[in-house]
Design a protein around this ligand. Structure first.
Ligand code: NAP
Ligand code: MG
Length: 499
């Protein structure tokens, strides 16, 4: 198999784990190949070369994994374990990930292309926070005693785990998105079949191994590598009680429709075209710095990227000029190179998609102010420069559609009411930002914007306690915190006559 020699920058521990580049599925505590023997390669986005080969799980493999998860739910000790025992296993799981954080960050940087520092400070730091936070929940899941008006009747609720969860995650934050799904499910007492994206299967497999090492009973967390077909088999499986998905709105619609027909529980975290608004009284330095990060962080591959920048007309040229200057100075390179500020896109497919949008922006009459091409000095890999357009027409494709790359469209505006209406004129509603020194403008806009998260003088904040999710076509349900845990629990009302 043509797996390339691992990059020099990798530690011995990660090299040892990569081994000969062959990795298998995780079902219960078994490590099988796909039943039909199919495999696919995962590529290093900085070079386009194969780094490992993983099974292409088919319907038979998905069935085996769902059976393992079903048995672990119905018969296994997970759901019936005392809450404190379940919490202790989850604490050990979080600690196992924390112990391996440097290795996991390297693996993530290699498989996804993101700068190692970003992988460590964002993906791993937040994954650990997330696992630790949800490890605290099993002992705090409470029902209520209800003040019903039927005499001599005890009425109370129990919160019970939903059951077997199929969890499908994307490639932009592979391990973190897996943690966002797995942690609340496990805390609730559910069992899981996790499907990472085909572009980034490695950290999910490692996560599954660490869970077993930490004492999670076999079958509670199973990992299926594969593609969209594998995901669809999981969604279609009759013994899956709940689907949790993060990815494109197109696939989310399809999954939502299937879940609706089957009446499965479903949560969807989908795309965005998030507006970021700089008001006339903003601290412009802070706004430029924050708006730059809002779009170019993770090479623009973030569902909540601030990809539509509305700037008050009087500051438009100044803000655009400062952003362009920063974009031109950004150092692109492989994630594992210490000097890299921005890594490549995930794949050839994404490179073509993003460059297609850049072409469409040019053709549609938007003005290209920075970037737009492949950076100099990088050979191979899926690199594209941080790109900045200005435009006046909100109906351009680049101003309406999710690009999922480092492409920003800046648009001037005149009044607060006008900008709120334009910001909301989208099918999406994941996030929005406001830069201002005025408390009243900040909170007026926070109330007017149709978005699941609004950031004021900040962008992209995230915390395991703070709900995250979308309005409109950006999703269904919320992750994180109380609300996120609730998506993995059913409410049972018990009526007991005291007569
Ligand atoms: P995608 O197809 O929606 O992939 C997300 C996950 O769903 C992957 O694990 C994928 O598997 C799986 N999947 C694909 N088709 C499925 C189906 N019919 N049933 C069940 N699962 C299925 O996203 P993509 O193709 O990787 O990226 C396309 C666009 O989606 C991006 O350009 C971006 O606009 C958007 N996106 C959004 C997010 C987000 O965080 N909201 C993340 C990633 C992408 P495979 O990867 O193996 O196909
Ligand atoms: Mg896909």
């Amino acid at each position: 198999m043509p797996v390339a020699a691992p990059p020099e920058a990798l530690s011995d521990a990660v090299r040892a784990w990569l081994g000969d580049g062959r990795h298998n599925l995780l079902i219960g505590e078994e490590r099988p190949a796909a039943a039909d023997g199919r495999t696919f390669e995962t590529l290093d986005p900085a070079t386009g070369k194969a780094i490992a080969e993983v099974p292409q799980a088919g319907a038979a493999d998905v069935d085996a994994a769902v059976r393992a998860a079903r048995a672990a739910f119905d018969e296994g000790p997970w759901r019936t374990m005392t809450p404190s025992a379940r919490a202790r296993v989850l604490q050990r799981f979080a600690a196992a990930v924390a112990d391996r954080a440097d290795e996991l960050a390297e693996l993530e940087s290699l498989d996804n292309g993101k700068p190692l520092k970003l992988a460590r400070k964002v993906d791993l730091a937040e994954t650990i926070d997330y696992l630790e936070y949800f490890a605290g929940w099993p002992t705090k899941i409470e029902g209520d005693v209800l003040p019903v008006s039927t005499p001599e009747m005890l009425c109370y609720t129990r919160r019970e785990p939903v059951g077997v969860c199929g969890q499908i995650v994307p490639w932009n934050f592979p391990l973190l998105m897996a943690a966002w799904k797995v942690a609340p499910a496990l805390a609730a007492g559910c069992t899981v079949v996790l499907k990472p994206a085909e572009q980034t299967p490695l950290s999910a497999l490692r996560l599954g191994e660490l869970a077993l090492e930490a004492g999670l009973p076999p079958g509670v967390l199973n990992v299926m590598t594969g593609d969209g077909e594998t995901g669809a088999a999981l969604v279609d499986h009759p013994s899956v009680d709940k689907i949790a998905f993060t990815g494109s709105t197109a696939v989310g619609r399809e999954i939502g429709a299937k879940a609706g027909r089957a009446l499965k529980r479903v949560t969807l975290e989908l795309g965005g075209k998030s507006p970021n608004i700089v008001l006339p009284d903003a601290d412009l330095d802070a706004a430029v710095k924050g708006s730059f990060q809002a779009i170019y962080f993770n090479t623009g591959q973030a569902c909540n990227a601030g990809s539509r920048l509305f700037v008050a007309r009087e500051h438009f040229d100044e803000v655009v000029g400062a952003l362009a200057e920063r974009a031109r100075k950004t150092r692109l390179g492989p994630g594992l190179d210490a000097g890299t500020q921005m890594g490549p896109l995930i794949s050839q497919e994404q490179l073509e998609r993003v460059t297609g949008y850049i072409e469409s922006g040019r053709a549609g009459g938007a003005e290209l102010v920075a970037g737009g091409g492949r950076p100099e000095g990088v050979d191979g890999g899926y690199f594209v420069e941080p790109t900045l357009f200005t435009a006046t027409d909100d109906r351009l494709d680049i101003a309406r559609e999710e690009i999922f790359g480092p492409v920003l469209v800046a648009l001037p505006y005149e009044t607060l009411e006008e900008v709120a209406a334009r910001a909301n004129d989208t099918e999406y509603g994941l996030a929005a930002g406001v830069w201002t020194r005025s408390l009243s403008s900040a909170h007026r806009l926070a109330a007017m914007l149709q978005a699941g998260s609004v950031y004021v003088n900040a962008w992209g904040m995230s915390d395991p306690a703070a709900p995250f999710g979308g309005y409109k076509a950006s999703g269904v349900g919320r992750e994180h915190g109380h609300a996120g845990l609730g998506q993995y629990l059913e409410t049972k009302t018990v009526w007991a006559s005291l007569r």
